[in-house]
Ligand binder design. Structure first.
Ligand code: NAD
Ligand code: TYD
Length: 354
């Protein structure tokens, strides 16, 4: 039985990953270490209740004593680090916590894995172990109108968020280059799907449309993101952890580039039809002040993961967006819970004056 330490899996991608792995593997142990920040939500994991293959531990990836104790208790084969502060706008307002979690937290996990897996005298690593860092295409910076991010593209991050993720990637690579640690890094494009916190573009727009609230589009709305359905990303992580060549970076993207304004218009049209509400129109769109240092375009070249591991995205955007909207319509209670209390304060502070 493979034993995984998975971190940050009460969040969006991690909780989807838990369900993906439990569906796929009978014989598995997933120990889920999550601090439960504003983005972590035990409701995301309701479907794991009573399943002994998933163990939830509330805690911080920066807590070395706790992580060491977990290694001693469970003797992990794999670590997959999803845990992060993940929102660019929050990183612009408060960069320090991004350094703590994304950089120091990653280094803590690397150190604990090294202490558990590395034989210092023989300079060998325990067989079959691997550390996988879930990174982002944002570490590459921004593209012009042409070309794609390759694994060989130099890192050139702009936001405090992407700078912290790039720094973490450098540490992961350094543990491989210096100590020979068995690692992989995955860099994916923008994910969408169930359980995404409504600070990110798609769930925020779904939430606002449903309430007939203005839809804040930053600047001209012509910034381009490359959208990946979350389940396709989960499939890629599983393939990399179980088959990726040691030391390699894999880009994960679906060649699905769209300007933000088109995404917003798609959400409007879908919800107008689904809710049969003709008052849902593009008049809700408000072009607001642009994000500072806003990256203009991201676009991933996923050729390497396709050729080396046979990964391909199974969900075209037209289907993925319908599945996503369906999920949000069917899970109103989830949305009500995550948007009560602190979310209101966040929204007012972040969008005030915009
Ligand atoms: P998320 O914000 O939804 O979830 C992050 C999770 O990490 C939360 O459950 C939170 O409680 C937990 N966490 C935060 N700080 C922690 C700490 N110090 N210790 C333990 N747990 C902590 O994020 P997500 O969208 O699911 O992203 C997961 C990973 O994927 C991140 O590393 C992110 O950088 C990366 N990524 C996300 C996207 C995307 O589109 N969402 C795209 C590319 C890469
Ligand atoms: P986001 O979902 O925050 O992801 P990221 O910044 O990591 O790409 O934003 C996606 C795009 O949508 C990005 O170009 C910023 C833009 N955006 C808006 O125009 N309005 C919004 O209210 C939000 C949250 C994002």
């Amino acid at each position: 039985m493979k034993k995984y330490l998975i971190t940050g899996c009460a969040g969006f991608i991690g909780s989807n990953f838990v369900y993906y792995m439990l569906r796929k593997y009978e014989d598995i142990l997933l120990v889920n270490l999550d601090k439960l920040t504003y983005a972590g939500n035990l409701e995301n994991l309701k479907g794991t209740e009573g399943d002994s293959r998933h163990v939830f531990v509330q805690g911080d990836i920066c807590d070395k004593a706790l992580v060491t104790e977990l290694f001693q208790k469970y003797d992990f084969d794999y670590v997959i680090n999803f845990a992060a502060e993940s929102h660019v706008d929050r990183s612009i307002a408060n960069p320090e916590i991004f350094v703590e979690t994304n950089v120091l937290g990653t280094v803590t996990l690397l150190q604990c894995a090294k202490e558990a897996w590395y034989n210092t005298e023989a300079r060998t690593w325990k067989d079959g172990t691997k550390y996988l860092q879930v990174s982002t295409d944002e570490v590459y910076g921004a593209l012009g109108t042409e070309g794609y991010f390759m694994e060989t593209t130099p890192l050139n991050p702009h936001s405090p968020y992407s700078s912290s993720k790039a720094s973490a990637d450098h540490f992961v690579q350094a543990f491989h280059d210096t100590y020979g640690m068995p690692i992989n890094i995955t860099r994916c494009s923008n994910n969408y799907g169930p359980y995404q916190f409504p600070e990110k573009l798609i769930p925020l727009m779904i939430h606002n449309v449903k309430q007939h609230k203005p839809l804040p589009v930053y600047g001209d709305g012509m910034q381009i993101r490359d959208w990946l359905y979350v389940e396709d990303h989960c499939k890629a992580i599983d393939m990399v952890v179980n088959g990726g060549k040691i030391g390699e970076v894999y880009n994960v993207g679906a060649h699905n580039e769209r300007p933000n304004i088109l995404i917003v218009k798609t959400v409007i049209e879908q919800l107008r039809n689904r809710l049969r509400d003709d008052s849902i129109t593009e008049d809700l769109i408000r072009h607001v002040e642009d994000r500072l240092g806003h990256d203009r375009r991201y676009g991933i070249d996923p050729t390497k993961i396709k050729n080396d591991l046979g990964w391909y995205p199974e969900t075209p955007f037209e289907r993925g967006i319908v599945l996503t909207i369906d999920w949000y319509l069917q899970n109103e209670e989830w949305m009500n819970h995550v948007t009560s209390g602190n979310y209101q304060k966040y929204y007012e502070a972040m969008y005030k004056g915009k």
